[in-house]
Design a protein around this ligand. Sequence first.
Ligand code: DAH
Length: 365
Amino acid sequence: MSGPNTDYDPVEVTPLKAEEVEAARDAAIGAISAAADLEQLKQVRIEHAGDRSPLALANREIGALPPQARKEAGQRIGQARGAVNQALAARLAVLEVEHEDRMLVEETVDVTRPVDRTPRGSRHPLTLQSELIADLFVAMGWEIAEGPVVEAEWLNFDALNLGPDHPARTMQDTFWVEPAEHHVVLRTQTSPVQARTMLTRTPPIYVVCPGRVFRTDEYDATHSPMFHQVEGLVVDRGISMAHLKGTLDHFAGQLFGEGIDTRFRPSYFPFTEPSAEVDVRCFVCRGVDADQCRTCRGEGWIEWGGCGVVNPRVLVACGVDPEEFSGFAFGMGIDRSFMFRHQLGDLRPLFEGDVRFSAAFGTEI
Ligand code: DAH
């Protein structure tokens, strides 16, 4: 006769024996309290409460027991696992607090430590000024043109209609590169980039060229043998003085402030016809009560540069048909623009490399 197996023989299901369960529970609790930090506790959790821990494995054996034995075994395992989970939670809370406390100490910033005394460099104010100007034109779709500072005499003078007897060619103004018969100069203006551009590109041309120029000037508060100019050149169909004026008004407004415009005074440059000196409206007094203004010295206007309609003779020298195309050009001193933009009375700090000057002005974006 056979009937249900009422005898629960724990020997057959060893992991469920009371001593085994207790041993597993005690081992787990011992390991939990020995875990010194959160990382160790994580390992202990895997070993003693994970899917492959002794208690989890024992739990799976319950199903193998006769029904009447399952309840007791289930309770035993359940209690043991409950105790382990409680111990884990309690230890976790303790270790978390310890961890927080340790982080607060380890990550403390000592505000009394001495500062880093190695000064950080900054970009040169004139580099920034040049880039700012270039950006204004790039924003209008113009391109940046470049040329060498050691330039052919022909490009610096002849191509620009500065004849051989022009006063600017005398030894007083120009640095000649020896030997003289090579006809090489340090460029006295950025205007040769006009000639280079027309010789290498076909119109329409819209370019600006910021760069260094050289003249045999004495070094003083307002002169330097090396300084910076920005040249602008447009060659296209139907270009007139009106386009020039509109462009320079926009340029002035962007550089010196909204509403700052320009005025033209008749002048002469060999490479433009007609030519004009361009003044920018004083951005300090804006022409109102100018008598009191130290920036423009009562003028209401500040001299800014030269400009004009490109002389057809220059177009011809550079291979552009003046019957089809016309253009305008302008040239401004970048150092001068910087000086009055920042109301600087002396340009020498711009060239003397004192980092305190660059640090003050060279961080402008
Ligand atoms: N190159 C001239 C100078 O150095 C400035 C200048 C005047 C440039 C008129 C121009 C211009 O392009 O059209 O004094």
